[in-house]
Design a protein around this ligand. Structure first.
Ligand SMILES: [Zn+2]
Ligand SMILES: [Zn+2]
Length: 345
């Protein structure tokens, strides 16, 4: 092992849409942990609530390095763990490694859950200490940028579409075309579904149509529920996948589902209003939540990525780490179409 630096660049959120690059100490790996040199991280829609919050609301999280989409190389391995030199993505939840959920590869349900960028330091830094159990070795044909897309957004989209039960020929509505929504579009088109998209940003709608969506609706111009009914013989869609986290859009998602349809919530917020009598019970709609992907889905995700070359179109040029403030700003403003990556080398 070559000698390690003592200090590193790391992002820190300061509240009120401020992120700064700080010089901090390189963390040391504890037992069953590895030290990973980050090559690529990425900014996620789910970083935005913390980015936008006040310094007071940020509280102790102000001292936690954000980011949960890390890709890099193991430089210090855990005893008996994934070896030094292995290229990895780091799964962003870890647990006690003993309970039934951890054993099942679903540490997000562990009572001892720790999440990168929240309970422990995250990906937006040159070095990351991660549990060995969270390391996912990368095949040679999955490059770092694609791995960062997989680490959260594509993995989430793939697992969500699977959970929805969407089948070839189904009408699938995708609400919200951030990077997750666009990943859902690509996966649903590849699965042979007829895809209708909703987003107020024209560039995102146009891109979704290029990716194979059959219709695109601006929900600020047109009543989206009416527009979906018109495109589905008055019935509504078999599957509606909500990626916007907008409470109004969540309600429209339940209204846009047909009888026996499925509404899958990916976009996360803490309140939702809907009419359970009309929009769930009397249509016998299934309302499901989904939270990233499970460790055991990783091999299927790698296979899916190889069949979906359009995913590459979501990957723009990465921002150099020195411009991390611009990267966060771009996601906050919805200025970019696709994934915002950060290059730490
Ligand atoms: Zn994410
Ligand atoms: Zn556990």
């Amino acid at each position: 092992m070559t000698s390690l630096p003592t200090h590193m660049r790391a992002a820190l959120l300061e509240g009120d849409r401020s992120v700064r690059l700080a010089e901090v100490t390189v963390p040391a790996a504890g037992p069953r942990e590895a030290l990973v040199q980050i090559t690529t991280s990425a900014v996620c829609g789910s970083d935005m609530p913390h980015y936008r919050s006040t310094p007071q609301a940020l509280g102790a999280r102000a001292g936690v390095i954000p980011g949960h989409e890390p890709v890099g190389v193991v430089r210090v391995a855990a005893d008996g763990g994934i070896p030094e030199g292995t290229r990895v993505l780091v799964y962003h939840h870890s647990g006690d490694e003993r309970c039934e959920h951890c054993v099942a590869g679903e540490p997000m349900f562990c009572a001892e859950r720790q999440t990168l960028g929240n309970h422990r330091h995250g990906a937006d830094a040159e070095w990351l200490v991660a549990p060995d159990a969270s390391l996912v070795p990368l095949p040679d044909d999955i490059d770092d940028a694609m791995a960062a897309l997989i680490a959260c957004n594509f993995g989430t989209a793939f697992a969500g579409l699977r959970k929805s039960g969407a089948k070839e020929g189904d009408r699938v509505v995708v609400v919200g075309l951030g990077a997750v929504g666009l990943c859902v579009v690509i996966a649903a088109v590849a699965a042979g579904c007829s895809v209708i998209v909703l987003d107020p940003i024209a560039a995102r709608r146009e891109f979704a149509v290029e990716l194979g969506a059959e219709a695109a609706v601006d929900p600020l111009e047109t009543d989206p529920v009416e527009a979906i009914r018109q495109r589905t013989e008055g019935e509504g869609a078999e599957v509606v996948i909500e990626c916007s986290a907008n409470p109004h859009a969540q309600r429209q998602a339940t209204q846009a589902a047909r009888a026996h349809g499925t509404v899958l919530l990916i976009g996360s917020n803490n309140s939702m209003e809907f009419d359970p009598g009309v929009d769930l019970i009397r249509k016998e709609v299934r309302l499901l939540g989904t939270w990233i992907f499970k460790r055991h889905e990783v091999p299927a995700i790698f296979r899916a990525v190889r069949r979906m070359p359009d995913l590459r179109r979501l990957l723009g040029a990465p921002y150099p780490a020195a411009r991390i403030a611009d990267a966060f700003r771009a996601v906050d403003r919805g200025e970019t179409v696709g994934k915002v990556l950060i290059d730490w080398l």
